[in-house]
Design a protein around this ligand. Structure first.
Ligand code: 6R9
Length: 661
């Protein structure tokens, strides 16, 4: 709460410079307001105009929004197009084939440059191979790949043949991968032998083998393996093939599959407050439109001169929209990085910005905070030791940024001259929703400022009524927008009840975050999730997911998971655990805690491992048997319990649970 208070009282305002206004694609607040007004006057016409201007259609659409089956909205539904054509062919056809699409830097520093012509050829070769091997339009292909050009090629090749990809982050465990393969009913997997991060080699193929060994994945007929390291892999003849073998004799050209605007481009699994991760399903046209447009609006991208760098992984939505699809749809040049920000030292980001003359840099607050710490500890890797003069715009995403980190980023990285765009959005929204525009929006550290034109964001109470500015509430979007998710894969009911809850009237999109708007400026400040979703280093984790992983362990009787504010990672996972046996103490407690952490790492993935595990004879419950999570959150922070605990069945356990191991 202290952090939110400090944001709401933030008095520093950074106005755009005249130069920024002059060059920006939406220069100045008047231009911004004109677009907002256009959307208010003729919502459908506004979006249709943009969809015609920014996308290349094989068959033009004749209607914009269809709300007849709300909340299953459609956009531009009778139009046809292909995402990979829009990201690649159209630039090559416009004579830009020699422009660098991707500057790929490996973990060890080796740099590869891939032109649009080359990228298109590689996508076509894999598209042909997938077709030759029986993958058809509408089939689901799971991609479990390291950060690599091949990862982007795999995604675009699926898009080219109309197959729906589902990228699974390379840090997820075999169990998580297995669940996603089953849910998506995937027919093929594209993976690599190993990935390389921070000088270490980590397996991928063997995890795929494990996931397929768990069963339920009989539909997977083939595993295509990119050879990244040449490390040992086990091979199942008939199922496993090398990527370089299957593309070897394929042509450099492949006719795109023209799909309907609403054709599912991809499914991406993300955590919710209940149950298993859900497959967020995105459309082709609406999604791609927003990926391209936000590159131009939020990042003011000049494809001919900018060098854009988004540090996200392709396994997350940010890597989908701002690596695979947005920069390429806009025809820009981007840096893509295989490794981690701290290898060989914590100056790696700054060194790479200098080396590749990056102009627009987009990263997560958690990375900024850890690099602040590193720079404080070691002057040799402080950003001021590098030439960062190429930078002109900085962005953040994934979690709230505290004003101190914002100011450091602005001053130390951006030299005080680069606007910082704090972009609020979600897997479900497809692209940016609430964000400053460089050259237009006056910036206030810690606020994501105002919704993009066409995004009808609002703050409401529990009944769906608007709350006045200055009063906190629930963040919603009042009108469907083209890039929004279309459904939860295989579970339309969960889409409907989860995102358009009846309590709010059934027609407001529920983001799942709390927000407050400033009295005077109307600026939004995001106050964090209002559901049981944690945000650890910008990664979404459901508390229920971690709890079910813990109780699946043979020693565990019961578990409750909460978040604790953390200076670097935003939130840290704290698990309160009751064992089936007596409560362990001392060295034994530590040993069991380590065992449980490793277990969660296996069940979900290393990012879900609890930072802190505490054992009790029981959990604090009300007399009606509800776990008192608010109380646990206090204990996790090390606070004294001040609230009334008279309803607690057994107040004595609070002392046990307050004790860190
Ligand atoms: C893109 C992405 C979405 C959740 C979202 C919110 C948090 C993202 C934020 C932010 C404050 C920002 N979030 N950006 N909170 N300020 N600029 O991160 O998608 O992984 O689905 O997470 O992240 O809580 O609801 P996703």
């Amino acid at each position: 709460m202290a952090a939110i208070e400090s944001v709401l009282n933030e008095a520093r305002v950074f106005e755009p410079s005249a130069e920024q206004m002059a060059r920006a694609s939406i220069g100045g607040m008047d231009a911004y307001r004109a677009l907002v007004d256009e959307a208010a006057r003729d919502y459908e016409g506004f979006w249709s105009r943009l969809a015609k201007q920014h996308l290349s259609w094989h068959k033009p659409f004749t209607r914009g929004l269809d709300e007849s089956n709300a909340p299953f909205y459609t956009w531009f539904a009778d139009g046809q197009l292909n995402a990979s054509y829009n990201c690649l062919d159209r630039h090559v056809e416009a004579g830009l084939g020699e422009r660098t699409a991707i500057i790929f830097e490996r973990d060890d520093g080796e740099v590869q440059r891939v032109s649009y012509r080359e990228l298109l050829a590689r996508v076509c070769r894999l598209a042909n191979a997938l077709r030759a091997r029986g993958v058809r339009k509408g089939d689901r292909v799971v991609i479990y790949m390291p950060m690599s050009v091949e990862g982007v090629v795999a995604m675009q090749a699926c898009a080219r043949i109309g197959a729906t990809h589902s990228v699974v982050f390379g840090g997820f465990s075999s169990k998580s991968l297995n669940e996603r393969l089953i849910d998506a009913q995937a027919v093929a997997v594209i993976t690599a032998d190993e990935q390389v991060r921070g000088g270490k080699r980590l397996p991928l193929k063997s995890i795929v083998d494990e996931a397929l060994g768990m069963g339920g994945t009989e539909a997977v007929a083939q595993v295509i393996v990119y050879q990244r390291t040449g490390g040992d892999v086990t091979w199942q003849a008939g199922r496993d093939v090398w990527l370089h073998d299957v593309v070897a004799d394929q042509a450099d050209t492949a006719e795109p599959e023209w799909v309907d605007a609403e054709h599912p481009l991809f499914i991406l699994y993300t955590s919710g407050s209940t149950g298993k991760p859900k497959g967020v399903q995105h459309s082709t046209a609406g999604y791609l439109l927003w990926a391209e447009l936000t590159m131009r609006w939020t990042f003011d991208l000049r494809p001919e001169s900018d060098v854009f760098w988004c540090t996200a992984d392709i396994g997350w939505i940010t890597g989908h929209t701002y690596i695979c699809y947005g920069p390429t749809a806009a025809g820009g040049t981007q840096v893509m990085f295989e490794g981690v920000p701290t290898y060989p030292n914590a100056g790696r980001f700054w060194e790479m910005i200098q080396r590749h003359q990056v102009t627009v840099f987009y990263t997560a607050p958690t990375a900024i905070r850890s690099l602040i710490k590193a720079a404080d500890a070691d002057e040799a890797i402080h950003p001021r030791r590098y030439d960062l003069s190429s930078l002109r715009i900085l962005g953040t995403v994934g979690e709230p940024i505290n004003p101190e980190a914002w100011i450091w980023y602005h001053e130390q990285v951006g030299g005080g001259r680069c606007p910082v765009v704090d972009t609020f959005w979600q897997t479900e929204t497809g692209g940016h929703m609430i964000t400053p525009l460089p050259g237009a929006t006056p910036l206030v550290p810690g606020s994501c400022t105002l919704p993009l034109p066409g995004i009808m964001a609002a703050v409401v109470d529990e009944t769906g009524q608007d709350v006045p500015n200055g009063q906190g509430g629930i963040l919603v979007v009042k009108r469907p927008w083209p890039a929004m998710l279309r459904t939860v894969w295989g579970n339309p009911e969960r889409y409907k009840s989860g995102y358009f809850p009846a309590e709010l009237g059934g027609n407001l999109y529920l983001a799942g975050d709390g927000a407050v708007r400033n009295d005077k400026t109307g600026y939004f400040t995001i106050m964090g999730r209002i559901d049981d979703v944690l945000n650890v280093s910008g990664h979404r984790m459901g508390t229920m997911e971690i709890e079910s992983a813990l109780v699946a362990h043979e020693l565990v009787a019961e578990a409750a998971v909460v978040g604790r504010p953390d200076e670097t990672t935003g939130e840290a996972i704290v698990a309160f655990v009751v064992l089936k046996r007596s409560r362990p103490e001392g060295a034994e407690a530590k040993q069991i805690a380590d065992q449980l952490r490793a277990w969660v790492g296996k069940e979900i993935g290393p990012i879900a491992k609890p930072r802190d595990i505490r054992f009790g004879d029981n959990l604090p419950k009300t007399r009606s048997g509800k776990i008192m999570r608010r109380l646990l959150r206090g204990l996790a922070k090390g606070e004294q319990v001040t609230q009334d605990t008279s309803t607690l069945e057994n107040p004595a356990i609070l002392d046990q649970l307050g004790e860190a191991i």
